[in-house]
Design a binder for this molecule. Sequence first.
Ligand SMILES: [Zn+2]
Length: 174
Amino acid sequence: MGSSMKLTVACRCNGVKIELTGSPILVSVCHCDDCQRGSAQIERLPGAPKILDRWGGTPYVLYRKDRIRFLEGRELLIEQRIPGEKNTKRLVASCCNSPVLLDFEPGHWVSLYQQRFDAPVPQALMRVQTRFMPPGDPPEDGLPRHRAFSFGVITRLLASRIAMGFRRKDSALL
Ligand SMILES: [Zn+2]
């Protein structure tokens, strides 16, 4: 995947469209308690799509904030926050209640909901925060499972921050 690669993310009704340039930082399924609550909150909106897998996982594709460009419908995005979560907002397309992305505001990356990608969909590399996974049969998809964040996640985030340069304006998305 080269730096000129372009992928598109769209809500279900195509009212919101986002273009992504280059390779993602990481593709992972997050099982943390906040993402379980946040995804469940969006799933309860009228007509919203299913987000969580049967193990409470939300699949995300992480991109640098300077590699994301709003093509259409930016004004349709609304913020969803869960109680007690101060620095994180989830942007939902108000036209069809599709989740679009999660923004950890101090961070230099966004986490896009994997279900919103046009083909080719980047495949998940790992499951993280699996200590929050509900009891029962674990997934047998061959993905490495990390009880918290893996060293690989932190390394990739740091490497992408360095590659981005240290321009402060890049951490402001919306
Ligand atoms: Zn829509």
